[in-house]
Design a protein around this ligand. Structure first.
Ligand code: ATP
Ligand code: MG
Length: 241
């Protein structure tokens, strides 16, 4: 638990000289160029920047959905950028949860079963079913355990996705436009929930967004432009409880 932790602790996330380029004919296009930042435990970070500036690519390089062309990504002090896929899967399962704009729940599974998936994948020691119920209670969905995604509202589906992302108790949760498919009121509910989870579980959040209402929650704001980190500033909120 990192609530109230000192800044001398190991950063939850550190990105060093990260670059991502792709071949384009004879050339390569640079999507991310020399990105550097370090995030201590307990921050609520928003990643802002125009469409195409590289936000999703950066999150992909952090979570392992994408592979950096250069540089390093450290999760809780472990360099995951040079790690083999077999070891990486286990580390990722325990250290970083991911939430998407489109929820990405499995449509044939109930809310409870969706949250259980990473627990089975990561060989969770306790009862997956009990853990799933606990998490769904934490996101206010104890009354929706046996509902399938199509029987849930958008805000409810996103809350199931958040419960799933936190199931293995990762210190870091990364979200790509988590309010992008939600009406304003549902989006606000999801943001209040994420902030509360930061306070109660000590989870660190990194959230890519265009939504100015998300930016108001940030204890730290990163700005990308053309694949470069052009600003890294504290606030507008204070990180403490
Ligand atoms: N697989 C790919 N092949 C070619 N270009 C790509 C690929 N993936 C991303 N890009 C390019 O990389 C750049 C950054 O894309 P990215 O999706 O990371 O931006 P973003 O900041 O998340 O944008 P948005 O706000 O619209 O979600 C864009 O110019 C995009 O076209
Ligand atoms: Mg994006």
């Amino acid at each position: 638990m990192s609530v109230g932790s000192s800044r001398s602790e190991v950063p939850v996330l550190e990105v060093r000289h990260l670059g991502r380029s792709l071949p384009l004919g004879q050339d390569r296009i640079e999507i991310l160029t020399d990105i550097n930042f370090l995030i201590p435990p307990g921050e609520f970070v928003t990643l802002m920047g125009p469409s195409g500036s590289g936000k999703s690519t950066l999150l992909g390089c952090i979570t392992g959905l994408d592979t950096p062309s250069s540089g390093q990504v450290f999760l809780n002090g472990t360099d995951v950028s040079s790690m083999r896929e077999s070891r990486l899967a286990g580390i990722r399962n325990r250290t970083v949860g991911m939430v998407f704009q489109a929820f990405n729940l499995i449509p044939t599974l109930t809310a409870r079963e969706n949250v259980e998936v990473p627990l089975y994948a990561g060989a969770w020691k306790g009862s997956p079913s009990a853990r799933s119920e606990e998490l769904l209670g934490l996101v206010g969905l104890s009354h929706r355990l046996e509902h399938r995604p199509s029987q849930l509202s958008g805000g409810e589906q996103q809350r199931v996705a958040i419960a799933r992302a936190l199931a293995t108790q990762p210190p870091l949760l990364v979200a790509d436009e988590p309010t992008g498919n939600l009406a304003a009121a549902q989006g606000a509910e999801v943001l209040d929930l994420l902030w509360r989870l930061k306070e109660t579980l000590g989870t660190t959040f990194v959230i890519a967004t265009h939504d100015p209402s998300v930016a108001q929650y940030a204890t730290r704001t990163l700005q990308l432009a053309d694949g470069r980190l052009v600003s890294d500033a504290p606030g507008p909120r204070a990180p403490g409880p």
